[in-house]
Design a protein around this ligand. Structure first.
Ligand code: C2O
Length: 588
């Protein structure tokens, strides 16, 4: 009796897990040469000698295993963007947040139980390696999809640069760029090419999974002559919503259903227009209107161009409703760019620019005992926010900057509950959009210039999660905070294996203690960032001040850097400026 009951249980278990599989990818990360826009061949980061990096494709309940070998000459790490990683924060990937990066020549295995479905992506999270090519779609099929369709395509959008990210970054963050002008891409790509084609058969319905894997660009998506219906946003299935077009920022995803026409006499253009307001300058040769083709018949001509209107993503209604709750804790984060006291232009949340700690923050949480619940232990410049387990948290994000910012939270989707113009006063009710009834949920939200958005989520995922602007230039400029969720529970749910420790040792990175690698709350020697300049200068005033100082220092009247100037000359100028500054400091 007991034995047969036991075998019944085993049988039942086998039935529910029948579809789950272990899906293994071996990723040898290497440099490759590529010329995706046909304009310029260059070194890029690829996988297994291939570029573009092939997509990852799994099904809900699978276990995704990625065996990485880092064959670059710099450290590397991988982040599966949008995955909750419940009880698995040590596999989330951002360097110096949840792991020491993988040293050159070393291996690391990311083991990720798949608990969601929808459209995601995977990208490098050491420096800006994804900008150089280390990025790919990560598609998770549901066991029974919410909507029916006959076929699907992934439409991965990306901006593309002709120079390597580290070179551009040095110039971007240098004192020669006090206005913080981001490098403008040379091209926009669809599926890492300029002539992507999607074959449609008459009358069939297709799911298009649109992913923006850009460093900077926001795209406006539209298909000539076809209606599109949004069904998924950042992994959350939503009620079918007919739209003409939508904007998609770096790191966001949408799935749409498109029904093919019944006749094959015309082919149609799929548009992904880069938003020019994101670019400091639009060089005349830059093609903003990136296109692909919906092909019914290779021999058919292209149909004409049409106009369209945009819609508002907060209006999307999740199919599986989630209730919200009054927040136990409200944070206000005000994003801005400022020339700080090292005269570089840095991004700040509440006047703090993010600087990596000496010890990855997750290891600090796991090795500091009682102190792990004390924000101080993570260091001021990681901008730590410690959350209570299962509390409801609201973050009001004020964008006090002339640029638009897509903000991303690791380890969660959040509800978009409020939005208005200007800076929101948390003691006042929302005067713009406010919705707590099954609000739209996503993991990356656009906060337009001089507007604010309030997001809510439940702190039900013990771990350390980065919250940052997903414009890669802005992340590198410090627009990030660290969320430490339920540190008291972490040691019992998160397991760090020996490879983590080995990689730290190989790179000479301490793997225990506070942000400075010390015991207790002694943060002597912690990594510190530049701080705001004293006084009440406006941004313009600070830029002017920085110019004056630079000019005096170098005897130059003006130094203007635009993204396209000659690298070698700029590097030499920066080196000269640094030397002059050092000499000046020595004299004092
Ligand atoms: Cu796409 Cu820090 O993430």
């Amino acid at each position: 009796m007991l034995a047969s009951l036991k075998s019944l249980v085993v049988l039942a278990l086998a039935a529910t897990t029948a579809q789950a599989a272990v899906v293994t990818y071996n990723w040898n990360i290497t440099y490759v040469n590529a010329n995706p826009d046909g304009l310029h061949e260059r070194r890029v980061i690829g996988v297994n000698g291939q570029f573009p990096v092939p997509a990852i494709d799994v099904t809900l309940n699978d276990t995704l295993v990625i065996n990485v070998i880092n064959q670059l000459d710099t450290p590397a790490s991988l982040h599966s963007h949008g995955l909750f990683q419940t009880g698995n924060a040590q596999m989330d990937g951002p360097s110096m947040v949840t792991q020491c990066p993988i040293p050159p020549g070393a291996n690391f295995t990311y083991t990720i139980p798949i608990e969601q479905h929808g459209t995601y992506w995977i990208h490098g999270h050491f420096g800006g390696q994804y900008v150089d090519g280390l990025r790919a779609p990560l598609i998770i099929h549901n066991i029974n999809e919410t909507y029916k369709y006959d076929g699907e395509y992934t439409v991965a959008l990306a901006d593309w640069y002709h120079r390597e990210h580290p070179v551009m970054l040095e110039h971007y963050l240098s004192i020669f760029n006090p206005s913080g002008a981001e490098p403008v891409p040379e091209s926009g790509l669809i599926n890492q090419m300029t002539d992507a084609k999607f074959n449609f058969a008459p009358g069939k319905t297709y799911r298009l999974r649109i992913i923006n894997m850009s460093a900077l660009a926001m795209f406006h998506f539209h298909i000539d002559g076809h209606e599109i219906e949004i069904i998924e946003v950042d992994g959350i299935d939503v009620e079918r919503t007919k739209v003409e077009s939508f904007a998609i920022t770096a790191a966001q995803r949408y799935s749409v259903l498109v029904t093919a026409k019944n006749d094959t006499s015309m082919n149609y253009v799929l548009h992904a227009d880069m938003d020019e307001s994101m670019f400091d300058i639009v060089p005349p040769e830059l093609v903003l209107n990136v296109t692909g083709t919906i092909v019914y018949d290779e021999k058919s001509p292209l149909a004409g161009y049409s106009q369209w209107e945009e819609f508002d993503d907060a209006s999307l209604v999740p199919v599986v409703p989630e209730t919200t709750s009054n927040p136990d804790k409200v944070y206000t984060l005000t994003a801005a760019f400022n020339v700080l006291n090292d005269y570089s232009n840095k991004a700040t949340f509440n006047d703090i620019t993010y600087v990596m700690p000496k010890v990855p923050s997750l290891y600090t949480a796991l090795t500091t005992g009682e102190n792990a619940s004390n924000e101080a232990v993570y260091g001021k410049y990681t901008h730590p926010m410690v959350l209570k387990h299962n509390s409801w948290v609201e973050i009001i994000i004020n964008n006090d900057d002339p640029g638009n910012h897509p903000f991303h939270l690791h380890g969660h989707v959040f509800q978009i509950v409020g939005r208005s113009k200007g800076i929101h006063d948390p003691s006042m009710p929302y005067d713009g959009y406010f919705n707590t009834t099954n609000p739209s949920r996503r993991d990356t939200v656009l906060v337009p210039s001089e507007e604010n958005v309030a997001i809510r989520f439940k702190a039900n995922n013990p771990g350390v999660w980065l919250f940052h602007c997903h414009i890669e230039w802005h992340l590198q400029a410090g627009l990030a905070t660290t969320i430490i969720e339920a540190p008291e529970i972490m040691p019992s749910v998160l397991k760090i294996d020996q490879t983590h420790i080995d990689h730290c040792k190989a790179l000479n990175i301490p793997f225990r203690g506070n942000a400075a690698g010390n015991e207790g709350l002694d943060l002597t020697g912690e990594n510190v960032g530049p701080d705001p300049l004293p006084g009440t200068f406006t941004t313009k005033g600070k830029v002017a001040l920085a110019f004056t100082i630079i000019s005096a220092l170098l005897g130059l009247a003006t130094v203007i850097w635009y993204a396209r100037e000659d690298d070698a000359q700029l590097s030499a100028e920066i080196a000269r400026a640094k030397a002059a500054k050092a000499a000046a400091e020595e004299e004092n």
